[in-house]
Design a protein around this ligand. Structure first.
Ligand SMILES: Nc1ncnc2c1ncn2[C@@H]1O[C@H](COP(=O)(O)OP(=O)(O)OP(=O)(O)O)[C@@H](O)[C@H]1O
Ligand SMILES: [Mg+2]
Length: 147
């Protein structure tokens, strides 16, 4: 069974406000967490990652890893591994991009809808709902496996 704790739920009116939500999460991260992001095309997942990266690995430009599948920002404890799972169709795909070798970084994955089998025992979950052109509801949850 899983236990979910909601840490915040924010109404964002702009990409900048969505980045700020990412900054709030970043302040809780220590170095080896998993952040699963959910939401449609254009929901604002990459904008949120930009906020996270501005704290964890400032000086790095965040771009969408749609084609590369993974982008890495920063070094050592402050390394952020940014995945886009949009094109991942199976566990074989995931293995072939070396996903399971990324163990020593903060891992944040867009389109986690596509990798339910790869989620760790505990992780942050960030669903983003698109309400209108500029409005988004961003929720931060901590999900933990319980007996
Ligand atoms: N409140 C908002 N939060 C985030 N983005 C917003 C907001 N309002 C408008 N936008 C716009 O929506 C788009 C979000 O793009 P972004 O690349 O972050 O989405 P995404 O969820 O990563 O999409 P994809 O699934 O293609 O990777 C940007 O063009 C941004 O300017
Ligand atoms: Mg994106």
């Amino acid at each position: 069974m899983e236990q979910k704790k909601t840490l915040f739920r924010i109404l964002s009116h702009s990409a900048k406000e969505t980045e700020s939500a990412g900054i709030l999460l970043a302040s809780q991260l220590k170095g080896d967490e998993f952040v699963a992001m959910y939401g449609d095309l254009g929901a604002g997942k990459t904008a949120f990652v930009r906020g996270v990266a501005s704290v964890i690995a400032p000086m790095y430009d965040v771009s969408s890893p749609t084609y590369t599948i993974v982008n890495e920002y920063g070094e050592g404890k402050g390394r952020l591994c940014h995945f886009d799972m949009y094109r991942i169709d199976s566990e074989d795909d995931l293995e072939s991009i070396g996903f399971y070798d990324y163990t020593d970084c903060i891992l944040i994955a867009e389109w986690s809808e596509n990798i339910p089998y790869a989620l760790p025992k505990s992780y942050y979950s960030v669903p983003i709902e698109k309400l209108s052109e500029n409005e988004r509801i961003i929720t931060l949850e901590f999900v933990e496996a319980v007996k």
